[in-house]
Design a binder for this molecule. Sequence first.
Ligand SMILES: Cc1ncc(COP(=O)(O)O)c(C=O)c1O
Length: 375
Amino acid sequence: MGAEIPDWAGIHVMPYVLSIPEYVPGKPVAELEREFKISSAIKLASNENPLGPSPKAMEAIMKNIGMTNIYPESSGPELRKALAEHYGVSFNQVILGNGSDEIMQMLTHVFVGMDDEVIMPQNAFSMYKIVTRLFGGRSVKIPLKAFHLDLDAMARAITDKTRMLFLSNPHSPTGTTIRNSEFKELLDVTRERGVILVLDEAYREYVDRDDCPTGVDHVDRSENLIFLRTFSKIYGLAGLRIGYGIAQPWLIQLLNRVRPPFNVNLLAQEAAAAALLDNDHITRSRETNSLGKKLLFDSLSSLGLDPVPTQANFITFRAGCDAEALYLALLKEGVIVRHLKSFGLPDYIRVTIGLEDQNRKFVDALKKTVEGLSS
Ligand SMILES: Cc1ncc(COP(=O)(O)O)c(C=O)c1O
């Protein structure tokens, strides 16, 4: 069957749906191995935790596997209670999503209508623009300034049609962070103008610098703020799809009106509750990341590829040659990275920080391909 929309009985497709770009995921390892008939390929493309899931989460999955004939509790009350305790907020300030992506979609469902504006960084996670378009909204993209978010320019872009603003801290794909003072200013301006500020903190657990805001410090004073976190990154549960949002109760209550029932499955809820308390796994994940960050940063610098200093679990660098050719050449060496064309940075590549042997395999493959492509 072709993918053309049938011209039948006047079927009506919302015109803006035709302009929604499909999400481009990182290439899966199995697909690459099939395509190139290779084995032992590695994927450093989607910022997953290379140590795997928390062992405590795996135990919780095994313990609950026999319960999967029963619907989960719809809003995940036990995990929401645990998260409320973790952050010192109340239970009705927490919502769970099938990945934090799903909460982004609930937000545009509630707040963004036809031709409303949503401000976001120009080079950013593509779900911001996809969820904006889902309900007919328009993305207003603000260029980065030396790989950093330009919060002043974002504030200046607010108009009477602006409904929401996406910030990511650390920002993907650059790994840069924002400062406390600039965040507070933007929070005040958005509040005065009735704009919902969505602070995406998917990588916040990796940050090791002091001057970096965090949503929980502001959420009780700021009616217009929601911060999003995920179990997909440092907690190592990307395959289970679970994330959460924290905001004031009025906002969470609105999101619950559009949240599909049972949106987070039982195993995800149980595994996340265990992973949240597994401090050993979190500490090991942070340590592995800092060691890998140093190795990759030094190697990329010595190859003259200008890595961007990162506060996350990935590093973006200039390809120094045709980035697409470099990406494809690395695939042939069994290394999947992320070419940043879909992020609007066609000359750049992003690599996830892996385990030591994965990082070395990437660096060896990179040296070989860079030499090959420039000779
Ligand atoms: C910046 C950013 N935000 C959010 C997400 C989505 O996370 P989740 O897996 O919770 O949907 C990602 C995933 O790659 C991301 O890079």
